[in-house]
Write a protein that binds this ligand. Structure first.
Ligand SMILES: Cc1cc2nc3c(=O)[nH]c(=O)nc-3n(C[C@H](O)[C@H](O)[C@H](O)COP(=O)(O)O)c2cc1C
Length: 517
């Protein structure tokens, strides 16, 4: 692994953003990119309104709802995160078989159930399977049960405190669900749907506009737990990205402003694969992005959610002008080993044990551990989010900035300098940014995604970044290492450090990876 160190300015010089079309790449020229700018961290922190007081407990009460006790959660089969991630296959459709009641309970628990109770604080803190910004837990889970064994058809709220379901509404008819989820054929109807919502004010009071990004990133972390746990349980999971916001929120009894659905997972068992399904799949993945422009009142985070909504009314999606972002060129390439390291913990154990370390030891991790991290992430890369890494302490790899090339399973060196100090500065001086072995920086093709799919794509880029972040957490935990999100970075200096323009290509999420102190 030969490495040459070259000047940072060479990378900057090689970084070109080519513009075509109207040449509208101005700071304020592009309303679709406004959300990303408005959720950035500046020198003095996030922008926008902070409420004066914390928003309250991260739970909801439905005192009049019928309560259904879920089965006690059992251990998942002894399958590692890398194997589960490789085994995941997007189902082309679902069979008529019902979803098991125990499976549903286990999936909710492994997605975002309570994995640790801290009694040393008042009120006691219930820590979860997925990380959450400031442990404020903006996300809630709902189930639309169509065909779940031992469970009446209905809409249910997952109460993490008691591991129970509260029946909050009747389930929409199949026709209504087809419309809400844009299901083109009966085979796409799943026996159950899990919706991940965000109660935006739980973040807004502390993080102001930035809270919107965190809500979406959290959604991705939770979704990835759900996806991997379902793979181990041999339940098929299919993300439904093109849902109609208003009708879905209404069906769950949410106002769509204070609390709104950010992601949906269809769950069930697989129907037969067929070429017809495969064709529909590729169309579905592209999504149909239709948003709303302007004229929106209320808190910023609610406006962002509103402006990334989908409607079925044929409103043309707002898109930024077409532009092409060219990523920084590689100075050198490094092959990574293709075999994953033997892991200490299975996926189920990793989810249950996962905790964000408060500190990292500034010790070296091995090249094999780094390769295993990427093997564990590889299949989720490529949907508008690419991991870059800042290497501080990896055996046999020089410090510097690298981009992971998923197709070739290689690292491209972009900047051969020691970036520890400069990087920690962009992370508001957080020591963890200096001491962890590696920073995994999720770079989103924000501008290109929105140019293609409209504003709704902003949500998807952030959710996907969260999904990758969760892979980093689970890979770390499985190898006896630790991971911690550091999403409180300052946008402009970090983008600049990475040679990104900050709009077409921008840092959307950041997770540190290394040895726990
Ligand atoms: C979107 C997001 C952003 C976060 N940003 C930071 C951060 O900037 N600094 C930090 O120390 N921890 C950060 N965290 C980690 C949380 O503080 C941590 O997940 C939370 O305290 C719960 O603890 P646990 O992960 O051990 O369950 C972030 C987590 C998420 C999901």
């Amino acid at each position: 692994m030969k490495t040459t160190r070259r000047g940072f300015f060479r990378v900057l010089a090689g970084t070109t953003v080519l513009l075509t079309g109207a040449g509208c790449f101005g700071r304020d020229a592009d309303p679709a990119l406004h959300i990303h700018r408005a959720t950035g961290n500046r020198t003095f922190g996030p922008v926008g309104d902070h409420a004066r007081r914390p928003f309250g407990e991260p739970f909801k009460d439905y005192p009049d709802a019928e309560s259904v006790k879920l089965d006690p959660v059992t251990e998942l089969a002894d399958i590692g995160v890398a194997s589960a991630s490789i085994a995941y296959r997007l189902p082309p459709g679902f069979s008529q078989a019902s979803l098991g009641f125990a499976d549903l309970g286990a999936l909710l628990f492994y997605a975002n159930g309570v994995t640790e109770r801290r009694d040393d604080v008042s009120p006691p803190k219930l820590l979860r399977a997925a990380p959450s910004a400031g442990a404020l837990y903006a996300s809630e889970l709902y189930v639309i049960a169509r065909n779940v064994a031992e469970l009446d058809r209905g809409v249910y709220y997952y109460d993490v405190r008691s591991h129970t379901l509260a029946r909050v509404a009747d389930a929409p008819s199949d026709g209504a669900l087809a419309d809400i989820f844009d299901l083109a054929s009966p085979e796409l109807h799943a026996p159950a749907y899990v919706a991940v919502s965000s109660v935006f004010d739980r973040y807004q009071w502390k993080y102001a506009n930035r809270g919107y990004r965190y809500a979406l990133v959290d959604t991705g972390h939770i979704g990835e737990n759900l996806r991997l746990a379902s793979t181990v349980l041999q339940v098929r999971e299919r993300p439904l990205r093109a849902f109609a916001d208003d009708s879905l929120n209404r069906a769950l009894g949410l106002d769509g402003a204070r609390e709104a659905v950010c992601a949906v997972h269809a769950l069930g068992h697989s129907a037969e694969d067929s070429p017809e399904f495969a064709q529909r799949e590729s169309l579905h993945e592209k999504g149909e992005a239709r948003g709303l422009l302007g004229g929106l009142k209320g808190r910023a985070t609610r406006r962002f959610q509103e402006s990334t909504k989908l409607h079925r009314d044929g409103v043309a999606p707002p898109r930024p002008p077409q532009s092409i972002a060219v990523a920084p060129p590689a100075l050198e390439e490094h092959k990574l080993p293709r075999a994953a390291q033997a892991l200490h913990a299975s996926l189920g154990v990793a989810i249950k044990q996962r905790r964000s370390p408060l500190e990292f030891q500034p010790t070296v991790i091995s090249y094999a551990q780094l390769a295993t991290l990427f093997i564990s992430m590889r299949d989720r890369i490529g949907h508008d989010v690419t991991p870059y890494i800042i290497v501080h302490e990896v055996e046999g790899l020089a410090r510097g900035l690298y981009r992971y090339e998923a197709l070739r399973h290689r690292l491209s060196l972009l900047d051969g300098r020691d970036l520890r100090d400069a990087f920690a500065l962009t992370c508001i001086g957080q020591e963890k940014a200096r001491t962890a072995a590696v920073a995994v920086v999720m770079v989103g093709a924000v501008g290109a995604a929105m140019a293609r799919d409209g504003r709704r794509a902003y949500r998807d880029v952030l959710v996907r970044a969260g999904e990758l972040g969760q892979r980093v957490y689970l890979a770390a935990e499985s190898m006896g290492l630790g991971a911690r999100n550091l999403a409180a970075f300052r946008d402009d200096p970090l983008n600049e450090l990475l040679g990104l323009d900050g709009e077409q290509l921008a840092v959307v999420h950041l997770t540190m990876f290394g040895q726990r102190a």
